[in-house]
Design a protein around this ligand. Sequence first.
Ligand code: B4P
Length: 216
Amino acid sequence: MLSLESFFSKFFKKKNLTGQTAMINLILFGPPGSGKGTQAAQLVEKYNLLHISTGDLFRSEIGNKTALGIEAKSYMDKGALVPDEVTINMLKKKVKENPDVKGYIFDGFPRTIPQAEALDTMLMADGQAITSLVTLNVDDEEIVARLLNRAKTSGRSDDANEGVIRNRLSVYKETTAVVARHYDKKDKTHTINGVGTIDEVFGRLTEVIDRALVAV
Ligand code: B4P
């Protein structure tokens, strides 16, 4: 049995078809409030990857009162998705700024099929691909309770209103859930139970990710 350290050392020496070193590119997927951001914070430490949360990037733009932030806020406050072109360009910029990483944890991206296609094309240009997409499965009522609770301390207007939260859940079901099926066709998807303590969910996540990495 390989230690985690020696496994990663071997993994990163693997070369892909274009001769570049293989990267680990994970998509953390699931409805709003399913624990993506919470789990990503722990996963980056274990796997030494760059965490990219499009929600966090938008909130940073809003905080800096940029034109992009003002535009994004008008959608986020309603629980709607920010238009693809704006989101994809922001994501590409973040990836370009960090070329020397071992891989990425994409959190909250892609949320539409055009975003998934843009991500695949961008990775393919570097001879890379998505390693695995893992969905955190959490029921609607638990999500509403979590987000209303987060609103007490986060100051996030999209968490403070139950109607907005339910709209975010509808957008997830109608527009975003199909993204998992896009990667299903490539046999790269896994679903885990996202209800339990943060450590329990982390244990389930790392189990499927470790298995997916061995299979690469
Ligand atoms: P995000 O920032 O992605 O918001 P989120 O889905 O609510 O975050 P997340 O799912 O990471 O929160 P977590 O569960 O960790 O998006 C916000 C908005 O930005 C979107 O609605 C959209 O408008 C826009 N946007 C972002 N990306 C976009 C894109 N690609 N395209 C277009 N628009 C985009 O945390 C939730 C709460 O649950 C926390 O309080 C946490 O402490 C708690 N929690 C976590 N795990 C728990 C557990 N196991 N048990 C109990 N509580 C738990």
